[in-house]
Design a protein around this ligand. Structure first.
Ligand SMILES: Cc1cc2nc3c(=O)[nH]c(=O)nc-3n(C[C@H](O)[C@H](O)[C@H](O)COP(=O)(O)OP(=O)(O)OC[C@H]3O[C@@H](n4cnc5c(N)ncnc54)[C@H](O)[C@@H]3O)c2cc1C
Length: 298
């Protein structure tokens, strides 16, 4: 087994401590209450945004923290360690990576400072479809240019946080599969403003939806939008979107690392309570003095 040790700098340790302090204002009871009411953790996300923690990956020149993936991971790890749910807002950190690496200068200047300040939320990406999951290149949503607008037709499922986003990244096919050399070609990524009612774009909770964070379905029927400057650099959408997803995988893993100690702590408390209950049960007249019989499954 390889022993990998990561030693943190004083700044990184201070960052972890500061995030932990902020999270103390949002104890497990806050999250449980939201869970019962099926509500989005708006107050927590606002405070995290104000403190600049969701914009650490945005370069300083665009108003972000100019930090790296390690610092971003430490922040999310600390949120989950405290009992919070970083998945409510983690995408605000990394979806902008596609825009940062592949957007036009005009787009970056227009959107990144607003994403950094939280004025705009970019925390939804629409890739998965009913007939294409892992096999992304088989997606069937098309975006066809008609003069100065794109007309989109298709359906997306499992789209997280779309109801809490102002902007969305959409992956659609702009050249048919049988007209491209490689199946990863001919896909384009669009940055789209989804605020306000929009004819043709229908967002509706999935059938099993019972939480505000459950992924949602989007129906795109002859949906028209005006392309922004970046659409000129289309057709390489597959690799553009993967640039954002690579960061996602690392950051989600950080959250799971934060979940570990929490589950251990909470699990220990539940076990102790169960042991106390069993001891009390044994002490009662007629109580069972032998261990509970093993359950057998048919
Ligand atoms: C909580 C949640 C949030 C999500 N949020 C979003 C979102 O915001 N935006 C978005 O676009 N999508 C989102 N998704 C969708 C997610 O990315 C897809 O579930 C994923 O792409 C897998 O697709 P699928 O479920 O159709 O599984 P499939 O692609 O059908 O795969 C099923 C199983 O087969 C395996 N498999 C597939 N292909 C192969 C192969 N070639 N070789 C070996 N094994 C294979 C897979 O690993 C998997 O175990 C979300 C999903 C969940 C559960």
């Amino acid at each position: 087994m390889v022993d990998i040790r990561i030693s943190l700098t004083e700044e990184q340790l201070a960052l972890k401590k500061a995030v932990a302090e902020l999270c103390k204002l949002y104890p497990p009871s806050y999250w449980r209450e939201l869970d019962e009411k099926r509500e989005y953790p708006e107050a927590f996300v606002q405070e995290l945004t104000k403190a600049g923690y969701l914009s650490v990956l945005i370069p300083e020149e665009y108003g972000g923290g100019g930090l790296g993936i390690l610092e971003a991971g430490l922040i999310l790890e600390e949120i989950n360690r405290s009992g919070g749910n970083a998945a409510a807002c983690h995408a605000q950190m990394y979806i902008m990576g596609t825009l940062l690496r592949h957007g036009s200068e005009e787009q970056k200047a227009r959107y990144l400072p607003k994403i950094a300040s939280g004025e705009l939320r970019l925390q939804a990406f629409a890739v998965t479809e009913p007939n294409s999951g892992s096999d992304t290149t088989k997606l069937q949503t098309t975006a066809v240019r008609h003069g100065d607008v794109y007309v989109v037709n298709g359906q997306k499922i499992f789209i997280s946080r779309v109801l809490q986003s102002d902007l969305m990244l959409l992956l659609a096919r702009t050249t048919p599969l049988d007209k491209v050399r490689k199946k990863t070609e001919g896909l384009s990524v669009f940055l789209i403003d989804i605020r306000g009612p929009s004819r043709g774009l229908q967002v509706r909770p999935a059938a099993h939806h019972d939480q505000p964070l459950d992924p949602t379905s989007c129906s795109l029927t002859t949906w028209r939008f005006r392309p922004t400057a970046s659409s000129a650099r289309k057709e390489k959408g597959f690799s553009y979107i993967l640039d954002g997803m690579n960061a996602e995988r690392i950051l989600v893993a950080s959250e799971s690392i934060g979940d570990g100690p929490l589950v251990h702590r909470q699990g220990g408390a539940v076990l102790q309570r169960a042991r106390r209950l069993r001891a009390a049960h044994r002490r009662q007249p007629g109580g069972c003095s032998s261990p509970l019989p093993k359950r057998t499954w048919p």
